[in-house]
Design a protein around this ligand. Structure first.
Ligand code: GDP
Length: 297
């Protein structure tokens, strides 16, 4: 099965060759510091964070540390950039159902993630219902239906073009009536009309808060292969929907992974789950230490 370690091999390559060039008996020279900064940028951390990391390492270690000292300090510093937040999905101890809104740009893997999370929660013994809240795209409702039939989860969908907030509200009330534990809500992710989408998400959040369920998570799905675009998406969606956690998808693909660190350190949003493939079981919890080890090697 795909693991974070095997998926980040593309990023690990440059780090491995950097460290193998550094002889342990000689100190790191200025050219190698530049190469380290480039390697951090190439892993998709972004130039700002990469610059900060190099400055901080120089402050800690002086200008010419040994390769071994550099590697140890780099690993510790990268680990410290991840946030503290709970990485487990949160559910309400009292209210039923707990409501999980899933937001993000089309194509990032929102619907697939909903199928995977439904399957995960069912394996944990929770009853799940899905609200097909992307009423804008007929294909989205169909796609949710496919995942639902694979997992055996009930989907509630509205008429094409129906108000997404009311579809989600109705699903929550229905889930309460039949005693479901969790409602997973799909939402629209069209990029062209961003302002309306953000207003729509705000409304969904307001209306869901008035339902008899409790919104315990707003998960933002980000495609790791889009690199630094993910940062901008985090900013825009967090502003509109008060995101509680990130699902970073497609880490099995050509993703270089460094964007994970940039999102966490810039927005303080924990990555709760990672997508490692297209199948129902290709979802894993996120472990920062294992991630750094996989990245730096
Ligand atoms: P949505 O538009 O955000 O709902 O995106 P979809 O769930 O339809 O996914 C878009 C495409 O990405 C589909 O082809 C999925 O199979 C694929 N996909 C989703 N998650 C992953 C993942 O973790 N890894 C890989 N390799 N593909 C994924």
């Amino acid at each position: 099965p795909t693991s974070i370690s095997s998926s980040l091999s593309r990023s690990r390559g440059p780090f491995a060759s950097l460290f193998s060039r550094l002889r342990s008996d000689a100190g790191v020279d200025p050219e190698e510091w530049t190469r380290l900064e480039e390697t951090l940028i190439l892993s998709d951390m972004g130039p700002t964070l990469a610059g900060e990391i190099v400055t901080e390492l120089k402050r800690q270690l002086g200008k010419s540390p040994s390769a071994e000292a550099l590697r140890g300090a780099l690993v510790a510093l990268l680990e410290s950039k991840f946030c503290e937040g709970p990485r487990q999905l949160q559910f309400s101890p009292n209210a039923k159902p707990s409501v999980v809104l899933v937001v993000g740009v089309n194509g990032t893997g929102k619907t697939t993630t909903i199928g995977k999370v439904a399957s995960l929660l069912m394996r944990e013994g929770r009853s799940v219902m899905i609200a097909a809240g992307d009423t804008f795209r007929a294909a989205a409702t169909e796609q949710v239906g496919v995942w639902a039939s694979l997992t055996g989860v009930e989907v509630v969908s509205g008429q094409p073009g129906a108000d997404p907030a009311s579809v989600i509200f109705d699903t929550i009330e229905h889930a309460r009536a039949v005693g479901s534990d969790v409602v997973l809500c799909d939402t629209a992710g069209r990029l062209q009309t961003k302002t309306n989408l953000m207003e729509e998400l705000k409304k969904i959040r307001r209306v869901a808060a008035k339902s008899s369920g409790e919104v315990t998570e707003v998960l933002l799905v980000i495609d790791a292969t889009t690199g630094q675009n993910g940062l901008r998406q985090a900013e825009v969606f967090h502003g509109a929907a008060e995101v509680t956690g990130i699902v970073l998808t497609k880490l099995d693909g050509s993703a270089k992974g460094g964007v994970a660190l940039a999102i966490e350190s810039e927005f303080g949003l924990p990555i709760k789950l990672v997508g490692l493939g297209e199948g129902l079981n290709d979802l894993a919890p996120f472990d920062p230490k294992a991630f750094v080890a996989a990245l730096v090697g």
